[in-house]
Design a protein around this ligand. Structure first.
Ligand SMILES: NC(=O)c1ccc[n+]([C@@H]2O[C@H](COP(=O)([O-])OP(=O)(O)OC[C@H]3O[C@@H](n4cnc5c(N)ncnc54)[C@H](O)[C@@H]3O)[C@@H](O)[C@H]2O)c1
Length: 367
């Protein structure tokens, strides 16, 4: 079998510091006989020298368009908009399989160039579960942002611009410090606590010092009775981490918040699920996605009631780029190790079949 080349391209999306391959996973692939080429990238959380040190070949930033077409280009986020045909095979999130804006044009670049797309969102194990996802660190970072917003609110301030943290320890110690050394006494409710994001949120709350009894962990069993839920109003921070796939009663409503008046404890809602514009959104108290520069949006709670803000950032793992990349890339590694056998390895043949189906649908739209 000829040597398989994976070419780690730079990320061009603003603020994106994560990487699909880390020095750790690159080394594992090199040891397994892969050729790993890495584009120099100042934006990436990992230094170029960390890849060089494990034996990767470093090449110029954004040079993948001139890579040999036998190389597979691996990255995370969408490619910059263009109509150029794509002759390579790409592994990445392309966000073009659910009829998103411009989906058919993105796919037509592959068919016109003879390239193939393996979309990371659709690499599934035999049970249909994604082989790699960023959920855990989305929940972890979301809970941290919620705790930071609580600390600002307690000082009568608004949470300012959020910057990515160098690592998890830096995030945990900053949050604890801003809450006076520990978050002991803070009470939080996580819904979707058994999922990836939910487990991450619970982990952060434990690490910043919440007592176990003060972390309420709800999943399907606890919400089966149907909302809205008074329990949400009786915690400081509510983190929503559910995977929404049907119409469910609202978890919390504005009327309920206003009716609670000054008795309400709830100060911050973190909507990790971010089903902001979904008609079934179970948190119909806000209607925009917030950003790192403006992390919170106030809820209209009625005059003289305690403040309530919502965080609804849809790319939370970017706040913890090192650990989020390490975990995602390690989860992806077993599939990458099978990549040399992609003509027969199920995870890759399924992904290619999906790409062919979506490309055919795109061609029908273009006609
Ligand atoms: N904001 C971000 O940056 C970000 C990043 C990654 C994922 N997400 C989103 O977070 C959501 C969760 O992702 P995940 O990977 O954790 O999913 P998951 O499937 O691992 O977990 C979802 C959990 O929600 C529970 N759940 C579903 N409906 C529920 C209900 N009505 N009541 C209580 N629990 C319920 C499920 O039982 C499961 O435990 C998704 O919508 C995903 O798109 C957001």
């Amino acid at each position: 079998m000829s040597e398989t080349c994976l070419w780690l391209r730079c990320e061009t999306k603003e603020f994106e510091r994560r990487a699909a391959l880390t020095p750790t996973t690159a080394k594992r692939l090199l040891d397994a006989g892969f050729n790993i080429v890495v584009e120099r990238d100042e934006q990436r959380i990992f230094d170029d020298s960390e890849y060089e040190a494990v034996g990767c070949k470093l090449v110029e930033n954004n040079s993948w368009p001139t890579a040999p077409t036998t190389a597979t280009i691996i990255g995370l986020k969408e490619l910059p908009e263009s109509t150029d045909p794509l002759p390579h095979t790409h592994i990445q999130f392309a966000h073009c399989y659910k009829n998103q804006a411009g989906w058919a044009s993105v796919l037509s670049r592959f068919s016109r160039g003879g390239g193939t797309l393996y979309d990371l969102e659709f690499l599934n194990d035999a049970n249909g579960r994604r082989v790699a996802a960023f959920g855990f660190h989305a929940g972890f970072a979301g809970a941290a942002a919620g705790a930071l917003a609580l600390s600002s609110q307690r000082k009568g301030e608004k949470l300012g611009h959020l910057q990515p943290f160098a690592n998890e320890n830096a995030m945990v110690s900053t949050v604890k410090e801003l809450l006076g050394g520990s978050a002991k006494g803070v009470r939080a409710l996580v819904i979707g606590a058994l999922g990836r994001c939910g487990r991450g949120a619970v982990d952060l709350f434990r690490k910043i010092g919440l007592a176990e009894d003060d972390i309420l962990k709800w999943d399907l069993d606890e919400t089966a009775k149907g909302g809205p839920f008074q329990e949400i109003l009786d915690v400081d921070i509510f983190v929503n981490c559910i995977y929404l796939n049907s119409s469910i009663p609202a978890f919390i409503t504005r009327d309920q918040i206003i009716a609670a008046g000054k008795q309400r404890r709830l100060a911050v809602v973190v909507d990790v699920s971010c089903d902001t514009t979904n008609p079934f959104n179970p948190i119909p108290i806000y209607n925009i996605n917030t950003t790192f520069s403006e992390p919170t949006v106030p809820v209209d709670v009625g005059p003289e009631n305690p403040r309530l803000s919502v965080i609804s950032i849809d790319h939370l793992p970017t706040l913890l780029p090192r650990e989020a990349s390490e975990q995602f890339s390690m989860d992806l590694l077993p599939s990458l190790l099978e990549y040399g056998d992609r003509r027969v390895a199920r995870v890759w043949t399924d992904a290619e079949k999906l790409f062919q189906e979506k490309s055919a649908a795109a061609a029908a739209v273009d006609r």
